[in-house]
Design a protein around this ligand. Structure first.
Ligand SMILES: [Zn+2]
Length: 179
């Protein structure tokens, strides 16, 4: 999944958490946090590439094979955060980072290591054919949106549109809104 899908899903996820779990209206701060948490797991991309001698990119960045893209990693991080933030903060952190991982294993050719460290096997929901090692960086986005994965890309744009809708509604309804 690409960043626009992650952001859209994260914002919709935050709306659902606040509405159905915490019974409070989402605020613009909540949505900003949701955007951050939904993109957080991908911060490992440049680090993993550099550590594996692949920066600047010369081949596909295989950061889905790093421990930093596993549920166990985010579970441990959530436990470490727990003494310092509110329960709502922990739930948001864990739910939105796990949602990121779930989306990374959807319509992908590699998936993520759901059962690490028990096994390094990567699991993909709706797996698609393996792509060429040379498809990386901007070439990957072209490949993703205009070639083999058009259906997944449409679903992703739907997520992004829903996220944008939620952001607009929350901003317009927020007290003291300029608009
Ligand atoms: Zn990711």
């Amino acid at each position: 999944m690409t960043p626009i899908g992650h952001i859209g899903a994260g914002v919709v996820g935050a709306l659902l958490l606040d509405t159905f779990v915490f019974h409070r209206p989402p605020t613009t701060e909540t949505l900003s946090l949701a955007v951050g948490f939904s993109l957080l797991p991908d911060l490992d991309a440049p680090v993993v590439a550099a550590l594996r001698g692949n920066w600047p990119l010369r081949r596909r960045n295989d950061h889905h094979t790093s421990f930093s893209h596993t549920p166990l990693f985010y579970l441990v991080m959530a436990l470490m955060l727990a003494p310092f933030v509110t329960p709502r903060g922990v739930v948001f952190f864990l739910s939105l980072t796990l949602l990121h991982l779930a989306l990374d294993s959807w319509a992908t050719d590699d998936g993520i290591m759901w059962l690490w460290p028990h096994t390094d096997t990567q699991y993909a929901l709706l797996p698609v054919p393996l792509r060429d090692e040379k498809v990386y960086g901007w070439r990957y986005y072209r490949y993703y949106y205009f070639q083999v994965r058009q259906r997944a890309a449409w679903a992703e744009m739907g997520l992004a549109a829903m996220g944008l809708g939620v952001i607009l509604i929350v901003v317009l309804l927020s007290p003291g809104s300029f608009w």
